[in-house]
Design a protein around this ligand. Structure first.
Ligand code: URP
Ligand code: ZN
Ligand code: ZN
Length: 471
């Protein structure tokens, strides 16, 4: 299938120009002014932005968590992503206790089989290096295209690892070519605070936030940075929410250390006011680390503008409010942690980042596509518009008005973290490797079109696959 996208404003992390884009055999094959080529399909992109498909480096689909399973499986989560202009994501395999990494990976790949709407990779969440996976097996994962290890410093008794496990995984990563990711909150301290709150009869959702203070995030972030430096491993701190955590990341980056940080869409918009909503509505905003006070919002915008933080993900981990969040009606610590977000990252960051003048269009592309692709071994196949790269692309109408709502989103969640927000600017057509995924408000491709991507090792490039012998 060949496609000619005519006359759009092509925006990458580095460039911004009007051009035609010609796609052939799933790749960008020509980019230029007034291209004189025959195509099976022509898309008029005049007045539109032509953006690389966005890459979400942090999602949880079909994940058992908090006594239940996330409501979005691979098909519904990726459909939601496609409507939001995301064409590739990296999801987390969670190693069960006593489980080998190979078995965990097989189990997660089986969940995706036949359901994939967009392309995807996996991070490995390491939970057990004693009775489950061995250090040797962990070291072998990057050869299989799983080039990042995630360790949870919180969720005591469930996913949390001790410093020995964290440090051993970092040592392996320093040799194997993996990037270490951490959920940085001090799980031991949080456990004490949660027990104290419950003992005092404090059961409402707001106590989720009050028992996970910014200091717990700042301490764990700094600890992970120092340990990674000692081990010689590159480090990526996920879902950073506050000044206490940004500061050590910024300091490490100033010193030239291999440290990067990500924040998520919701941390710019949700606050303690949301989690304090009455009648258990606050449970919709229970995720970890928690919502912070509003003073952090502009601080985070400044951090993504100045590259103290280098990516924005969604941490999509969707549950129903009615039936899943309600598991914790009488005890905030039983509310499944997480919220939906895959569909609205581009909407929200374009509206309140670009249109509000906080970041440039180029920086938006960098934060939502190029940097995630580079850090997670997908670039230059993903994350940019360049000859030879996968033709993952968003024709984005900057004038199209859209009201975000659970009534129209494609996640199975019964609520939206940004309910009722009006944005100007929305994806119009979305292409995955040159095939039209979304058009006229419909998903036009069949599940199964998405592929598992074997990612490159940290710091290496993922070369475009050759599709013909002559290429
Ligand atoms: O609350 C959250 N973030 N749920 C997903 C798991 C995690 O910590 O990333
Ligand atoms: Zn986390
Ligand atoms: Zn997460």
């Amino acid at each position: 299938m060949s496609v000619l996208i005519k006359g759009g404003r092509v925006v990458t992390a580095a460039d911004d120009y009007v051009a035609d884009v010609f796609v052939e055999d799933e790749r960008f094959s020509l980019v230029g002014e007034s291209l004189d080529v025959e195509a099976e399909r022509v898309i008029d992109a005049s007045g539109r932005y032509v953006l690389p498909g966005c890459v979400d480096p942090h999602t949880h689909l079909d994940m058992p968590f908090g006594g239940t399973v996330t409501i979005d499986d691979v098909e519904s989560g990726q459909t939601s992503a496609a409507f939001g202009g995301t064409t590739c994501h990296v999801d987390f395999v969670i190693q069960g206790r006593g489980q080998s990494f190979a078995d965990a990976l097989d189990a997660w790949k089986a969940k995706a089989d036949g359901k994939q709407v967009i392309d995807m990779g996996y991070h490995m969440a390491v939970t057990d290096l004693e009775e489950g996976g061995t250090l040797e097996e962990l070291a072998s994962l990057p050869e299989q295209g799983v080039t990042s290890y995630k360790l949870f410093m919180a969720y005591k008794g469930v996913l949390m690892v001790d410093d020995e496990t964290l440090y051993r995984a970092m040592e392996v990563a320093s040799q194997s070519g993996a990037l270490v990711m951490v959920h940085a909150e001090n799980g031991d301290v949080i456990d004490v605070l949660v027990k104290e709150a419950l003992a005092a009869g404090k059961t409402e959702p707001i106590y989720h936030a009050l028992t996970r203070p910014p200091e717990a995030e700042g301490e764990a972030t700094n600890r992970a940075i120092q340990l990674a430096h000692l081990a010689g491993a590159p480090l990526y701190v996920v879902h950073v929410t506050c000044r206490e955590a940004v500061e050590p990341i910024a300091r490490a980056r100033d010193m030239g250390w291999n440290v990067w940080g990500e924040t998520c869409t919701q941390y710019f918009f949700n606050s303690l006011d949301d989690i304090a909503k009455p009648n258990f509505e606050g449970a919709k905003y229970v995720y970890s680390p928690p919502v912070r006070d509003e003073s952090n919002w502009e601080y985070l915008w400044n951090a993504v503008r100045t590259d103290a933080l280098s990516a924005i993900s969604t941490d999509h981990c969707a549950f129903l409010w009615d039936g899943q969040k309600t598991l914790g009606r009488d005890d905030f610590s039983k509310i499944p942690n997480g919220g939906p977000g895959l569909e609205n990252r581009l909407h929200m960051i374009h509206e309140f980042g670009v249109r509000a003048g906080r970041i440039t269009l180029n920086r938006m592309v960098e934060l939502l596509a190029t940097n995630p692709a580079k850090l997670f071994g997908l670039y230059p196949r993903k994350g940019t518009i360049a000859v030879g790269a996968d033709a993952d692309l968003v024709v984005f109408d900057p004038e199209r008005r859209h009201t975000i709502s659970a009534a129209t989103h494609h996640s199975r969640s019964d609520y939206n973290l940004f309910e009722g927000t009006e944005v100007t600017g929305s994806p119009e057509v979305v292409l995955l490797r040159g095939q039209v995924l979304v058009e006229n408000g419909e998903l036009v491709a069949q599940p199964g079109i998405g592929q598992f991507v074997k990612r490159a090792k940290f710091g290496e490039e993922l070369k475009p696959e050759r599709t013909s012998a002559a290429a």
